[in-house]
Design a protein around this ligand. Structure first.
Ligand SMILES: Nc1nc2c(ncn2[C@@H]2O[C@H](COP(=O)(O)OP(=O)(O)OP(=O)(O)O)[C@@H](O)[C@H]2O)c(=O)[nH]1
Ligand SMILES: [Mg+2]
Length: 264
């Protein structure tokens, strides 16, 4: 049993600060085909058996965008109702989101509104798209209009993980949008986080300079800087092929605490 998600290199989210690393998350109800879409894109295969994702799977992919090679981490999680809402660390530092519904199950389309609301609470500005999956089961659905994406101003794709329709196109466009977002973040929180991280680094440098000059360090004020508290415990960790799976045991989450001077 691992005791700290931060100690699992694949899940150390600091790596997403590097220019050539992006994180793309996938949202949608259970059995809409999130994992099958990833498998279709990454392995170009489709095995119809259903195995619901257990908590979290991380798929790694190298993509070329312009002249750059970019490492893309796709985060895939179970859309099961029992989870109700997603673990906050799932959204943390995500650069794009793919929202999926099943054209054969109306409820999965209706539930997009809930997924989208939660996404925007954590990531107000990241690029997002809506994906109507399983069109192979009934091609006539492509004649219908699904207004949710239009209302929210989001790109919309009819796809099929089973026969591959539009899958590569959709993933490539989302990777490009994630990279563009990474280079020009319009998310206020991203900028605040970056400022605070730089501020913390500068402070550390000042302290070590003071040390070198034989000066004493200023006393550390507990809670006066921004701290990232990582999920405390991990129940299970398995590695297979190019993906990692793990489960969070409790609702412990990536939480940010910051006490201002006035609160001390
Ligand atoms: N006909 C058809 N079936 C599909 C397609 N994509 C997925 N399925 C089937 O839908 C079922 C669920 O697919 P998954 O990819 O496991 O669904 P998921 O969204 O990852 O589900 P959770 O992990 O439980 O959240 C499987 O039985 C797949 O075979 C598709 O494009 N066409
Ligand atoms: Mg799945």
């Amino acid at each position: 049993m691992a005791d700290d998600v931060g100690s699992i290199p694949e899940l150390d989210q600091k790596k997403y600060d590097a220019d050539e690393q992006v994180k793309i998350i996938c949202l949608g109800d259970s059995a809409v085909g999130k994992s099958k879409l990833m498998e279709r894109f990454l392995l170009d295969e489709f095995r119809p058996q259903q195995l619901s994702t257990y908590a979290l799977t991380l798929y790694k992919h190298k993509a070329t965008v312009g002249s750059k090679t970019v490492a893309v981490d796709f985060w895939d999680t179970a859309g099961q109702e029992r989870f109700q809402s997603m673990h906050p660390s799932y959204y943390h530092k995500a650069h794009a989101c793919i929202m999926v519904f099943d054209v054969q199950r109306k409820i999965t389309y209706k539930n997009l509104a809930n997924w989208y609301k939660e996404l925007r609470e954590y990531r107000p500005e990241i690029p997002c798209c809506v994906v109507a999956n399983k069109i192979d089961a009934d091609l006539k659905v492509t004649q219908r209009s699904f207004s949710f994406a239009k209302k929210q101003g989001l790109p919309f794709y009819f796809v099929s993980a089973a026969d591959g329709t539009n899958v590569v196109k959709m993933f490539r466009e989302m990777i490009k949008r994630a990279v563009d977002y990474k280079l020009n973040p319009s998310d206020f929180m991203d900028e605040v986080m970056e400022e605070l991280e730089n501020f913390d680094l500068e402070k550390k440098e000042e302290n070590s300079e003071a040390d070198e000059n034989g000066l004493s360090k200023p006393p550390q004020q507990p809670g006066s800087t921004l701290r990232l508290i990582r999920p405390a415990r991990v129940r299970d960790q398995t590695f297979s092929g190019n993906s990692n799976s793990l489960a969070f045991e409790s609702s412990d989450c990536v939480a940010m605490t910051r006490k201002s001077k006035d609160n001390r």
